[in-house]
Design a protein around this ligand. Structure first.
Ligand SMILES: C[S@@+](CC[C@H](N)C(=O)[O-])C[C@H]1O[C@@H](n2cnc3c(N)ncnc32)[C@H](O)[C@@H]1O
Length: 310
């Protein structure tokens, strides 16, 4: 449980609202409700009669979102789910489609600073990294049980880490003395295994921690499924807006949106030919540095085969 209610500054709120254009009476899905910052902004911008369904796979985040969004009363429904199961989340609340869907992927400050699950290499916590504590795979299992070549592939493919081979070798060597148990143990091992040049711009464990988190939570698989389902669930004129924090995610969003924009039925319009970024927010919110926002809108009147023949 969180030790205290942390604050999480939502990124690119203005840009997200520009794309989503919330309106009164609309139905909005925040597929990554986190601490509820974007959700509150959407409801404030929409005004009377709008409703919001907030989804998160982390029950700890949902507890905090519930507190934050309490003033909006019955306008908000919270659902514990993975956005890969967006259909189930819609079914649970008896809805079929929405005017706007937001995905602000990645971790919240609560998960990094207060969850105690080893997401940060600056803390000494058990190597867990599950966003949904009910799933089976933990970072400790990946680090202590994967074969060296599989661990190297995880670190290279999900962390785009140049020194993946060295790091995997050092982990396998070290675990002969007993399992690696905490985030700090892993971070200092990585520090020792990488050359000084790897430390210039960021902590040398940054990419490995990202890789483990992506692997443990199957983040890229969930994103692919979530995008397909979110595109299907847009009402005519509805918008899907996605904020991604690293190139692996952004590439998936870019490709899926391009494919959707080329489809004939339903038709979609790209609202961002290039991703929007948030340079002006970086001083206040370091998370903004790598944020990329892309949005796509379902055509207001999607012609179908019957319409075109009449
Ligand atoms: C960056 S935070 C969102 C912060 C939120 N926009 C705010 O303003 O507070 C990302 C949230 O998405 C959740 N999340 C990440 N992947 C998810 C998935 N596949 N399904 C559901 N929730 C997910 C995380 O648990 C986390 O709470």
């Amino acid at each position: 449980m969180p030790s205290q209610a942390p604050s999480h500054t939502p990124v690119m709120v203005v840009e997200a609202l520009q794309c989503l254009r919330p309106h009164s009476g609309g139905l909005y899905i925040d597929a990554t409700v986190g601490l509820g910052g974007h959700s509150a902004a959407i409801l404030d911008a929409a005004g009377d009669g709008a409703r919001l369904i907030g989804i998160d796979q982390d029950p700890g985040a949902l507890d905090l979102a519930q507190e934050r969004l309490r003033p909006y009363g019955p306008a908000v429904t919270l659902v514990e789910a993975n956005f890969a199961d967006l259909d189930a989340a819609f079914d649970e609340v008896g809805e079929t489609d929405a005017d706007g869907i937001l995905m602000d992927i990645g971790m919240s400050s609560y998960q990094i600073e207060n969850s105690g699950r080893g997401f940060s290499f600056t803390r000494d916590e058990p190597l867990d990294m599950r966003m949904n504590p009910e799933t089976e795979l933990t970072a400790a299992h990946v680090v202590n049980r994967y074969r060296e070549e599989d661990l190297e592939a995880v670190i290279r493919d999900y962390g785009e880490e140049r020194w993946a081979g060295r790091i995997a070798r050092a982990v396998v060597e070290r675990r002969k003395q007993g399992p690696l148990a905490t985030s700090r143990q892993l971070a200092s091992l990585i520090e020792g295994a990488t050359p000084g040049s790897a430390r210039r711009r960021r902590h040398p464990a940054t990419r490995t921690f990202q890789a483990l988190r992506i692997c443990v939570n199957d983040e890229l698989g969930a994103l692919r499924l979530g995008l397909d389902k979110a595109l299907d669930r847009l009402r005519p004129g509805g918008t899907l807006c996605v904020i991604a924090f690293h190139s692996l995610e952004d590439r998936i969003v870019k490709r899926r949106f391009r494919a959707a924009a080329e489809s004939l039925e339903p038709t979609y319009e790209l609202l961002t030919k290039r991703p929007m970024t948030a340079e002006d927010e970086v001083l206040d919110n370091p998370r903004a540095r790598s944020a990329k926002l892309r949005a796509i809108r379902r055509a207001p009147t999607s012609g179908n085969a019957d319409d075109s023949e009449s």
